[in-house]
Write a protein that binds this ligand. Structure first.
Ligand code: FES
Length: 110
């Protein structure tokens, strides 16, 4: 398969219930990953434009669901299934969804 222009790494890390850091899986990241894959496929963007992959903890737990976009090298945070269409719109146009991009301040908090 060809190398895609972008890879979306969706944290699907799961911690035990009640863990102080929480986790992206408990916030619905597995559904976000599935929805990203489905939306990319529905728009025929999977072959060249982007691939949605699962990832272990990206160390941005407090702002999860976390999605790392490479090679652009930025994080989306607080992602829900409701954001997926907008994220894929951005993939199709080479842009990004600014309201979801984690700020330097948020990144520092982890
Ligand atoms: S649990 Fe998802 S970033 Fe840490």
């Amino acid at each position: 398969m060809p190398q895609r222009a972008r890879y979306l790494f969706v944290c699907t890390n799961r911690r035990a219930d009640g863990h102080e850091k929480g986790c992206c899986a408990a916030r619905g990241s597995e559904a976000v990953h599935r929805a990203l894959k489905e939306e990319l496929k529905a728009r025929d963007l999977t072959r060249l434009h982007a691939r949605a992959c699962t990832a272990s903890c990206l160390d941005q737990c407090s702002t999860g669901v976390t999605v790392l976009v490479e090679p652009d090298h930025f994080f989306y945070g607080h992602v829900t299934v409701g954001d997926v269409a907008e994220i894929v719109d951005a993939i199709a146009t080479g842009g990004r969804v600014e309201r979801l991009v984690l700020t330097a301040e948020e990144l520092a908090q982890g």
